[in-house]
Design a protein around this ligand. Sequence first.
Ligand SMILES: Nc1ncnc2c1ncn2[C@@H]1O[C@H](COP(=O)(O)OP(=O)(O)OP(=O)(O)O)[C@@H](O)[C@H]1O
Ligand SMILES: [Mg+2]
Length: 276
Amino acid sequence: MQDYILNILVIFESILLLVISLILFSKTRDLTKLKKYEEAFIEEQAKKHSEQNEFFPMVIHELRSPLSVISGAADLLIKTTDELSAEQIHTLLHQIKSSSSGLLKVVGDILDISKMEGGKFQISETYGDIRDVLREECGYFEPLAKVKNVALSCPVSGKIPSFSFDSDRVKQVLNNLIANSIKFCPEKGKVVVNARKDARSVIVEVADDGVGIPDKDKPMIFHKFFQASNQAGVGEKGTGLGLAICKGIIEAHGGKIWMEDNKPSGVKFIFSLPIK
Ligand SMILES: Nc1ncnc2c1ncn2[C@@H]1O[C@H](COP(=O)(O)OP(=O)(O)OP(=O)(O)O)[C@@H](O)[C@H]1O
Ligand SMILES: [Mg+2]
């Protein structure tokens, strides 16, 4: 009888030990999980901090350059008005005007990016014909393309139904894509803006036969402030916010934006907008 009780006690003790080990095991797993969460959180914070550290100097630099031009030109106008010819005054006023427009663009872009990153970016969709937007944008860039001796065409073919989209924001996307294509095209280059309908969306393409984008830079191209490495001295230097904003705008519509090589040279930026 005593042996029997002893055996039961031994079995009971083993079960107890097993339960305790299971509890301890699951706790350790919980702790490991917690530790992993903690490490991921710290890593995320460090990333945010380093992005902010990179973001502010870039922003300040982008604001400081046009502001120095405005301030310098205004100084000259104030101090030496009597000595300046009408033509010189006109040049200085022109510098002030174009630098303040540049400044406004950078400020607008920074505002858009921070709204996108803070999840506060909104679009306002209305029913319309995207072909009108494409034609308007091509018309707007016609003079710049002529100056650069680039052939800009907009041969929108085929039927495209009207649908809901934010036309001002889509214009902003086209503005950047067409401006980029013209900027990175050599003289006598070609830029083609086109649109077509597929099963559930409208696809818009901006293709050029310019300098293209090196393979190693492709994964970074939609990141803010990124500029490709093959373009030193090509075109006017921008801020590097344009494509990040394009991506935010297209994704806010529920669409996608991507790039492809344009054979034999240049690139093609393509975006899709769902037909709603
Ligand atoms: N069509 C293109 N051909 C070659 N490179 C391009 C083209 N479009 C964009 N890129 C590369 O991608 C970079 C980022 O483009 P993005 O439009 O974001 O910035 P940006 O034009 O330099 O400045 P911003 O648009 O803010 O004034 C460009 O600096 C350029 O290196
Ligand atoms: Mg750009």
